[in-house]
Write a protein that binds this ligand. Sequence first.
Ligand code: AMP
Length: 114
Amino acid sequence: MADCLFCGIAAGEIPADVVYRDDSVLAFRDIDPKAPVHILIIPRKHVAGVMDLEDEDGAIMGQAMTVARRVAADSGVSESGFRIVVNTGQDAAQSVQHIHLHLLGGRALSWPPG
Ligand code: AMP
């Protein structure tokens, strides 16, 4: 989608520190990490957010979760633990309107989130 930052990253038009890619999903390091491990996992398909998901998107989001498992293992946090977050809408401070999983780990994470 034109003017979408993460579509630009998925297309290779905008640089990113990519740690995993396949035909449907991309994972790259967050530019402003909130934890020692902070990786974003996105579907290549443009979906603005959770409320824009269609039934047919279930498979690709399942693939994104499977990639999160792989990236967590590759990042060394599978034993220590990690958090997967999907900020959705204004109250969650979603800032990029292309659905993404945050994978956060490498330190103790407080709960509940702020
Ligand atoms: P959210 O606030 O949940 O929409 O998360 C968007 C995330 O994208 C934030 O954690 C940003 O730091 C991150 N971000 C913004 N621009 C870039 C970029 N060019 N490359 C990597 N991560 C980015």
